[in-house]
Design a protein. Structure first.
Length: 286
C-alpha cells in the first residue's frame, strides 16, 4: 500500500503511538517485517542503510522494496537512512524510496541545515526529508558499545527547521546507535522542550535498541512519532540462527529451512516492536 511517511507518522502521533522503522539490509528481512506488520494491521517503515543502498545492488534492492511496499496490505514506507552523500540520495530516490534521512549531524547546525536544504531541493516535494540535530554516537551498522554524546539544543530547533525544510527531526536526548554503555537514560525534560520548539514537526528516536519498554511506550507522548531499530533486530536474527545453522547443515544443507528460521526471528521481533510502540495507546484506552 503506497503511503506518505509524514502522514503515517502524524496519524500515529494523533493516536499516541509511534511507527517502528526497522533496518533492512536484505529482501528476506523486509518480507518478514512486512508480513508481521500486515498481521498486526500496523504501518511500518523499511529503513535502507547507506551500505545496502549503494551501487547496482542497492538500486535493485530498493526497487524490490518499493514493489513489496506497494503490494502490502498495510501502510509501508521505504526510507534511505543516514545519507551523507547527495549523489546517494538522488540514486535512492530514483530507485524508489519515498523518504530520506539527509544526515548532516556531524556538521555545525548551520551547515547541517544547509545540507538538508540542498537535499530537500534535490528530491522535490514528493519525498519526505528527515534531518538529525545533535550528536548521536555509535555506528548503526556494527553495533559497538556507545555512550551518549552531544544532545540536541532546543534553542537551535526552530531556526534549524526553518533553514533546512525538514519534515521530521531526529533528536539526541541520551540515545545512541548500537549497544548502550550502562543503562540508557533519556532526558525527558529536554525532549519536551524540543517537542515544544519543533511545534508540529514530528520527532524521531534513533538508537532504540536496548531502551527499556517503559521508556519506549512513553516516547509518543513526548512527540516521538517514529522509532528506529537496528541492533536488536540483527541480534534476534543472529541468536536464532546460532542454534540452527549446524542443524540445517547436517540435514542436507537445508537453506530453505534456514531462511524460514531467519524469517520467523524477524517476524517475532517485528511483532514485539509493534507491541512496544502501541502499548501506551492501549493503556490509555483501557
Amino acid at each position: 500500500m503506497r503511503a506518505h511517511l509524514l502522514d503515517v507518522v502524524t496519524s500515529a502521533l494523533a493516536a499516541h503511538t509511534a511507527v517502528p522503522a526497522l533496518s533492512t539490509y536484505d529482501f528476506t528481512t523486509a518480507q518478514a517485517v512486512v508480513a508481521a506488520s500486515e498481521r498486526a494491521g500496523r504501518p511500518v517503515i523499511l529503513l535502507v542503510p547507506p551500505k545496502a543502498a549503494a551501487g547496482t545492488a542497492g538500486r535493485r534492492l530498493i526497487t524490490a522494496l518499493r514493489g513489496l511496499a506497494d503490494d502490502a496490505a498495510t501502510s509501508v514506507c521505504v526510507q534511505l537512512d543516514h545519507a551523507v552523500d547527495l549523489d546517494l540520495i538522488e540514486h535512492a530516490v530514483a530507485a524508489g524510496v519515498d523518504a530520506v534521512l539527509a544526515d548532516g549531524s556531524a556538521l555545525p547546525a548551520a551547515e547541517n541545515a544547509a545540507f538538508v536544504a540542498r537535499a530537500r531541493e534535490l528530491v522535490g516535494p514528493g519525498v519526505v526529508v528527515e534531518a538529525e540535530l545533535g550528536s548521536l554516537p555509535g555506528d548503526e551498522d556494527t553495533a559497538g558499545t556507545s555512550a551518549a554524546g552531544g544532545m540536541t539544543d532546543p534553542g537551535e530547533v526552530p531556526g534549524f527547521l526553518d533553514g533546512s525544510g525538514a519534515d521530521l527531526l531526529a533528536v539526541a536526548v541520551g540515545n545512541v546507535h548500537g549497544h548502550y554503555r550502562g543503562t540508557p537514560r533519556l532526558h525527558w525534560s529536554r525532549l519536551e522542550q524540543i517537542c515544544e520548539a519543533a511545534e508540529r514537526t514530528p520527532l524521531v528516536l534513533h538508537g532504540a535498541s536496548g531502551i527499556p519498554e517503559t521508556m519506549l511506550v512513553r516516547a509518543p507522548l513526548a512527540g516521538i512519532g517514529k522509532i528506529n531499530i537496528n541492533t536488536e533486530l540483527r541480534s534476534a536474527v543472529f541468536a536464532a540462527l546460532a542454534d540452527r545453522v549446524e542443524q540445517r547443515r547436517c540435514r542436507g544443507l537445508n537453506l530453505w529451512a534456514l531462511l524460514e528460521d531467519w524469517t520467523e526471528a524477524v517476524g517475532e521481533f517485528t511483532t514485539l516492536a509493534h507491541r512496544l510502540t502501541t502499548a501506551e495507546a492501549r493503556s490509555r484506552n483501557s
